[in-house]
Design a protein around this ligand. Sequence first.
Ligand code: BES
Ligand code: MN
Ligand code: MN
Length: 459
Amino acid sequence: MEDALTTYLEEARPRQLAELQAWLRIPSISTLAGHKADVKQAATWLMAQMRQAGLEHVELIETETQPMVYADWLHAGPDQPTVLIYGHFDVQPVDPLHLWATPPFEPTVRGENLYARGASDDKGQTFLHVKAVEALLQTRGGLPVNVKFLVEGEEESGSRAIRQYVPAHAAKLAADAALISDSHILAPDQPAVLYGLRGMWTAEVTVTTADHDLHSGSYGGAIHNANQALAELLAQLHDAQGRITVPGFYDEVRVLSAEERGRLARLPYGEAEILAESGAPAVYGEPEYSVVERTGARPTLEINGMWGGFIGEGFKTVIPCQAHAKISCRLVPYQDPARIGELVTRHLQRLAPPTVKVEVTGTRGSHAFLTPYDTPAIQAAARAYALVFGKEPVYTLEGGGIPVVNVLQEALNLPVVLMGFGLPDDNLHAPNEKFYLPNFYRGIRTSIAFLEEMAGTDT
Ligand code: BES
Ligand code: MN
Ligand code: MN
């Protein structure tokens, strides 16, 4: 990097940090209706930043749910490729609040980390691309490639609007590659490109055993308790080894080659790391798969919440007539969320004894994502990482999901580059979310390096 840009980036650090902190102060929780105005404010704050950075056509895209922001800079010339940068400015709820060392919307630097909800997921990682573009426009007056931004406010609640918007605006969003920083690398100095993400299917299960709650003295022993019935049902969904018992559940699952399994086994990440991060006493799950495979390449069925009956103060001898659970499946290529929904629903119905009525209300969910990584755009990302981090990236699978990736891949026909800058212990969705600041600044430089590496690339 030439001197002017290096000097600029060094001097700009305190301002870049202060700006990110200002964005993080906006509690843009998309899953809570009471925060709708905050999500909008996070959008308009970003728009002001984009204009100041020198981006053009900055636009607020209102939807039925949460807004999105579009912006571009298209003066690199028709011979240069176009990069579409995606991110999200909505965040997860903050409970349990009392476990935060500092309040979630008062971004605080401790040591080398910035603590706040959204610091890593995904305001910090989105903002670094705005700062990269700004640095290039301020020091050189131009970008090496054409750039479009599409940033949404609904990722944490399923990306409904953007998944409709993208196919309907394919010409406007036309590009040669999509770039997303909404994931983590393996260690501070070990960059990682993701070539797969898991998909999702979610549902609510309701079990009914009577038409009203009953006295457990008069009816106990003769009428099935709904809490018990729900526990019995859900307990049958896995075997003792952690395999899912739903018939047909694994039929479509992508089988890993020996080569891929060998490569995943050599990653500098495994049981020790996952135990240290989680505080769990032992790992769980299918014994014939490594934890990287279990989280990256195997599907799951999770019980996210259960409720029913009496949980108030004191004591109540009652047989609850109804109990509920929220369940979700993490899906892998080539599972179809709608088919998984049918299989799980049918299995629960079949397991239900005559004493129990089961209802499953499901949503369709999203498909898993998979991309080859020997493509020009991903190799440009690999060179950018290597240049800034001084180390070649590894290629890995991630268990989380980003619902829009398949739409970018299929509706826009783009190679999707998943180039993250978070760390595995960033506490995403949990108390004390953080972003490791040295990698915020390295992320800005890596973003610049990526745009430079993309210039002249024939995708
Ligand atoms: N950024 C995460 C996904 C992620 C996490 C990718 C860790 C790579 C590493 C994203 O914001 C997220 O939380 N996605 C949700 C999607 C859901 C709410 C539709 C998820 O995976 O639960
Ligand atoms: Mn995210
Ligand atoms: Mn998230």
